[in-house]
Write a protein that binds this ligand. Structure first.
Ligand code: ADP
Length: 174
């Protein structure tokens, strides 16, 4: 790995990745040389998709950026700042959708800074159309048979349908 490239870590559950996450990755790609999208294995949330499945979905969604060397996907356990330091990252990027994200993100950013003052956290705002989108809401809509085509890359729709709503094999012919 070249030492002079500015790497940023984008950590999260990505259970599963949505267009909101991808919006943040693409914005970060304008600002940094390399983005490591890092699936956290520590999450307190009980994930639906296994780490391997989440990595697979991310790889499918980010194929062009991965091919160009701009992004990579990985998983990590333990303290995020330790992982970021191992990766030689300059910081962490997180998405801010609304005020409701702010308090938790603010606490995390300051705790991470306390743990390692060299690792900065930057926040990016997605396009407005994704500000109400979360992986949790997406899963609920799929389970109930709703239309998710605006919210995840089309290449992921069959995989997500299969996991969450296997009876609905043909997605939403309108
Ligand atoms: P975590 O469990 O770490 O919050 P998530 O996968 O839910 O993991 O979110 C990872 C990051 O992506 C968080 O910073 C979150 O605010 C951000 N994020 C999630 N959904 C969106 C979205 N629709 N638009 C922008 N950022 C988002």
């Amino acid at each position: 790995m070249k030492t002079n490239r500015r790497t940023i870590i984008y950590p999260g559950s990505f259970d599963p990745v949505t267009n909101g996450h991808l919006d943040i990755v693409h914005r970060a790609a304008q600002l940094f040389d390399h983005i490591v999208v890092a699936v956290s294995a520590n999450s307190q949330k009980s994930p639906l998709f296994s780490i391997e499945e989440r990595l697979d979905l991310l790889k499918m969604a980010l194929r062009p950026l991965i091919r160009s060397g701009k992004a990579s996907v990985d998983s990590f356990e333990g303290l995020l700042v330790h992982y970021a330091a191992r990766k030689g990252a300059v910081g962490i990027v997180r998405g801010l959708r609304a005020i409701s994200d702010f308090e938790y993100e603010f606490q995390m950013a300051l705790m991470n800074r306390f743990q390692d003052s060299r690792i900065e956290t930057v926040f990016l705002m997605p396009d407005e159309k994704y500000t109400y989108l979360s992986s949790t809401l997406l899963k609920e809509v799929v389970r109930l048979g709703g239309d998710i085509r605006q919210f995840i890359p089309s290449v992921l729709v069959p995989r997500i349908q299969k996991k969450l709503n296997p009876k609905k094999s043909q997605p939403f012919v309108s």
